[in-house]
Ligand binder design. Structure first.
Ligand SMILES: *[C@@H]1O[C@H](CO)[C@@H](O)[C@H](O)[C@H]1NC(C)=O
Ligand SMILES: *[C@@H]1O[C@H](CO)[C@@H](O)[C@H](O)[C@H]1NC(C)=O
Length: 187
């Protein structure tokens, strides 16, 4: 059951990858025509005091500690699970490790650094991002690079809150990955 679900998910991811690759390489008017690209989504699960912790407290008298805010200057560190669907029992395909520092006085925004290590059917490796995160809105994080199959990649990763209620919060992570021409091995 788990394994057939796994295979099913891998087929979907591969199909999506093929479709995206075709549509990107097939549009001749588009200036990205020679870029190989890959687009997929995963879900990140974070449990306070289990996979994510406040390591340094923010300023006194700042925003309160709530589901969506932390005081200015709060340093938070996480190592969260990445799964194929928003259901936390769905296939585990990687981890997201990183840190965020609350950088707005209302406590809603932070500067985030994260490394996503993923193992998909045809791709394995890590993708690193850095950027601003809004705790209640979708946020784009520029990709600064990657390792293994993602060596030299560019693009962006969009993180959106899916479920902020309860002990475990869930984020949808959309990957938009582009390989520059020099990073594609000639076959
Ligand atoms: C997490 O741990 C801290 C420090 O022990 C505690 O103050 C806080 O209430 C805990 N948060 C949750 C949501 O359990
Ligand atoms: C999540 O997946 C588990 C195991 O496949 C299933 O039992 C459960 O009903 C699912 N939860 C939701 C909310 O779909």
């Amino acid at each position: 059951m788990a394994s057939s679900l796994h295979n099913y998910a891998i087929v979907i991811i591969s199909l999506l990858a093929i479709i995206q690759f075709k549509s990107t390489s097939g549009s001749s008017h588009h200036h990205h025509k020679h870029l190989k690209s890959l687009h997929f989504s995963l879900y990140q699960h974070e449990t306070i005091n289990k996979t994510g912790y406040i390591i340094v407290n923010g300023i006194k008298g700042g925003a309160g500690i709530t589901q969506t805010t932390t005081p200015f200057g709060t340093l938070f560190v996480f190592q969260d699970s990445l799964t194929l669907t928003s259901n936390r029992s769905s296939k585990h395909v990687g981890i997201s490790e990183g840190t965020s520092i609350t950088s707005s006085f209302d406590g809603l925004q932070s500067i985030s650094i994260a490394k996503f290590s993923v193992r998909l059917k045809n791709y394995k490796g890590s993708i690193s991002v850095v950027g601003g995160t809004n705790n209640i809105k979708a946020s784009d994080h520029p990709i600064v690079g990657g390792t293994e199959d993602f060596m030299f990649v560019q693009g962006y990763v969009t993180s959106s809150p899916v479920d902020l209620k309860g002990i475990t919060v869930v984020y949808k992570i959309e990957f938009h990955i582009y390989w520059p021409p020099y990073a594609i091995p000639s076959s």
